[in-house]
Design a protein around this ligand. Sequence first.
Ligand code: NAD
Length: 271
Amino acid sequence: MNITEEKQQQTNMLRVKDKVAVITGAGSGIGRAAALLLAKHGAKVCLIDLNNNRSETVEKQINELGGESLFIDTDVSDPDRVNKAIQAAFEQWGRIDIVFANAGINGVVSPIEDMTPEAWDHTLTTNLKGTFLTVKYAIPHMKKNGGSIIITSSINGSRKFSGIGMSAYSSSKAGQIAFAKMAALELANYKIRVNVICPGAIQTNIGESTKETPQLDKIKIPVKYPEGSQPLEHGPGQPEQVADLVLFLASQESSHISGTEVFIDGAETLL
Ligand code: NAD
């Protein structure tokens, strides 16, 4: 194989070449890993996150790799800002093909009787309404060419209900699965696929968004789970492993998959 053919083959291996991806929660953890991987595979990436140094670092890393990215400081629970951020991505690159609605928080972990309505709202507004807003404002830009939407839910609220005190989080994650399926059917006419990923424990910065209340002790179930509760890994998964799944669902390789949830948990929920 000569150099030209080799270069051509490398280009062909870029699985989302020239696609435009919008990723929320792109500054950290799973969103960051997906942003880097999609950029390596040829996508231009709009990074949506709260204003922190992490997102700018991701933007810099992608640009250093020779890719194109644009960080937009946006709270996903704010309709106006989400609309403007997605509009800005469209204006920059003229299309949107991939949406990874991934931003999320654990929020307050508390007995239900002690959970304040404000804490409940904050988790639901960030995780579930944020997903709705991201998808809603992307649709007008995706209708012409079709595309792929991927939503990050969780094993919590779908296969696992032992996250004691996480009633708000699990409800938001269950809601995302129903929303993904409704959207998959509604958007099929536009050739927009919608899938939802359900990670088990992944090593990220999500602990920073967790606020345990002192009352939690009273509802803890006296069961000690064994260390390394993921049979496949003997520990939490890595964000890069989830990014591989996101790339697959974003690419043409998953062209006949829509409305499906994919569990990525090292068999954690089979225990
Ligand atoms: P992370 O904390 O490392 O990353 C989440 C990102 O979302 C952060 O950069 C944060 O700033 C951003 N974010 C939070 N609130 C936001 C808002 N209102 N607007 C914009 N951005 C906001 O955590 P992660 O583990 O990578 O989480 C990503 C997704 O994965 C979340 O939806 C989470 O629920 C889900 N998840 C994580 C795990 C895990 O074990 N880490 C397991 C299952 C599901």
